[in-house]
Design a binder for this molecule. Structure first.
Ligand SMILES: [Zn+2]
Length: 452
């Protein structure tokens, strides 16, 4: 499946190049639709973007349906496999994150704008460029790829894909394939493509601490009676040791790949302030990709400007824990809850609620489909792809892996380290984007040559 003659390779590369102006124009049209899937935004826009995606897929000659199982609309397009050829399912999502404050953007979030070889706009990268990469690959093949192609464009990835399992239950047969490309991740750096082979899982809990029946005067009772915030701070502080390593015992952890990633790059990418050190132990990528981490992401306590001289009776915190790729979230929850209970000081009452959970992912990144993908990336970039991890979680990856255990699952993406997905000034590197499209067109060709 790896061999592909030079002439055909050149032909497909040229066709993608010729298709790029149209692809870019369609991408801009999609990115103008503010398809924010969060409840508090106008959901008619998500419907409108589903319809726009459906129209694009129909124009490629696909059989298209818009499906919805209690959540946001997803679009399924299909081109059946030629006799004896395998089928590939290509995933992307058409919903986007909220734009945040317009003032933080250098150009309006929903008016895609080109500057210095990048396209700026909410969804310009995450993940409307993923949608257009799949369409570009089809266009390179004149809408008649040598393998079966399903395109599945989800409408609620940014709100955790809640109805995706129901969609896969009801319509999964339409998406059955030998290979599944989930194009919602990132490449390693400009000029170096990557396959994402591990993702961390996650759990989120809400911890409520109670020490008093009601708030009382801090001058009168302070010193003898613990307030809830005092207890909560102790509990939260117990979650890390002095080096900032997760102190919850029994969690799984493993070593990440040895890709070069030094502290200077981490400081640059994360905006770590001068003089502030890193936390944890082991290589930086191991800390971010394959070991657990714990972050307190919110605390309910009296606001500073309204604070009274009071011992507060109740305080709560939301704690997010990222898990090693192979960690079972339920088991991690039990370990975290046990740790929290054991570290509640002075008999403070603790209530712990599981707020959310998501499985990690560790690909078996071997076999003919992976070989074909790596060869296609190498052709498109002129350099071999690397295997990388992501410290974040992508709930839908586990949903696909569970539903299609026999398929080779490839996590690819259009982003690069400067894409700022979810942030202000999200952008797509247009040179890299064309390579993503070429790689996918070549992958379809290689799969098509692999007749069963
Ligand atoms: Zn995304």
């Amino acid at each position: 499946m790896v061999d592909l003659d030079l002439q055909r390779r050149t032909e497909l590369t040229d066709r993608v190049h010729a298709a790029m102006p149209g692809v870019l124009s369609d991408l801009k049209d999609l990115a103008r639709i503010p398809s924010v899937s969060l409840d508090s935004f106008d959901q008619a826009e998500v419907d409108r973007s589903a319809a726009a995606v459906a129209a694009l897929l129909e124009a490629e000659g696909m059989q298209v349906q818009v499906v919805r199982e209690g959540g946001r609309p997803a679009v399924i397009g299909r081109i059946p496999a030629p006799e004896g050829a395998p089928t590939i399912t290509l995933y992307a999502h058409h919903d986007v994150q909220p734009p945040g404050d317009d003032a933080d953007w250098d150009s309006p979030p929903f008016e895609p704008t080109e500057r210095d070889g990048r396209l700026y706009g909410r969804g310009a990268a995450d993940d409307k460029a993923g949608v257009m990469a799949h369409i570009a690959a089809l266009r390179a093949h004149g809408g008649r790829p040598p393998c079966g192609v399903n395109i599945f464009v989800e409408g609620e990835e940014e709100i955790a894909s809640d109805s995706l399992p129901a969609i896969l239950d009801k319509h999964g047969e339409l998406l059955r394939a030998e290979a599944i490309v989930l194009a919602d991740s990132t490449n390693w750096e400009i000029g170096t493509p990557a396959l994402t082979t591990t993702l961390r899982g996650m759990i989120r809990v809400v911890v409520t601490v109670r020490t008093l029946d009601h708030g009382v005067h801090s001058g009168i009772f302070g010193g003898a009676v613990p307030d809830a915030l005092m207890a909560l701070i102790r509990v939260l502080a117990s979650l890390h040791d002095d080096a900032g390593t997760v102190a919850v015992q029994g969690l799984s952890a493993s070593e990440a790949s040895d890709l070069p990633y030094d502290e200077a790059r981490l400081r640059d990418e994360s905006g770590l302030l001068d003089g502030v050190g890193t936390v944890g132990t082991g290589s930086l990528l191991t800390r971010m990709w394959t070991k657990p981490s714990i972050t307190t992401i919110g605390i309910d306590a009296p606001a500073v400007d309204r604070a009274a001289n009071l011992l507060v009776p109740t305080a709560r915190a939301k704690v997010s824990m990222r898990l090693a790729p192979d960690q079972d979230p339920k088991a991690a929850y039990e370990l975290l809850a046990q740790h929290l209970r054991e570290h509640a000081p002075w008999g403070a009452q603790l209530d712990i609620q599981l707020d959310d959970e998501g499985e990690g992912f560790a690909a078996d990144a071997t076999g003919p489909v992976y070989d074909a993908a790596r060869a296609s990336f190498a052709d498109a970039w002129g350099t071999e792809p690397v295997d990388m991890g992501i410290g974040g979680s992508i709930p839908f990856v586990a949903a696909f892996a569970e539903r299609f255990p026999d398929a080779a699952i490839l996590v690819t993406g259009v982003e690069d380290p400067d894409s700022r997905a979810h942030g202000a000034n999200e952008s797509l590197h247009l040179g890299e984007f064309e390579k993503v499209c070429v790689a996918e067109a070549l992958l379809l060709e290689r799969l098509g040559e692999h007749r069963g």
